[in-house]
Design a protein. Sequence first.
Length: 159
Amino acid sequence: MKYSELMRKNTQAYVHSWEYSKKQHLVLGRIFQSYDDMVQTIKNAQLAGRSMPTIEADDIFAVYTITHEYGHLLQHIMFREAKEGGYQNRENQFQNDCRSAIINMARKTNPSCNPDALISKYGKEQDGEFFAEVFANSMLGCPNELGKAMEQLLKAGGY
Ligand SMILES: [Zn+2]
């Protein structure tokens, strides 16, 4: 299938991966009209709780989407490596396992934290989006408890 067919009109970007291959494609959409449009779109998404908090600066808003996509790339690599290490389940289960591990780590650090209040609306849609959203939060200057848990888990896993 051509990427143009996969790409929905309102898609900012996505990663295509193959479960049994190292190959991954990061595809950027053509949704943004300009740099300013991209910055404003991300800013608005944060204000509406659709995206995770970051440092409030245009050059950070501008890299939000690509950082989120790098989260997907990383999770696909982690899944492949887990399989090489004997992990038996499918990728959607791996994504669910990662989500649980991040939440458990956040609760271990702060038992009263509320993961549901810390994750963006987009991150609630799917376990894979949860990971990418928390990854963006962890990388862009003001990680919340989920972002900090992600940092700890990545470090513990050697990433
Ligand atoms: Zn995503």
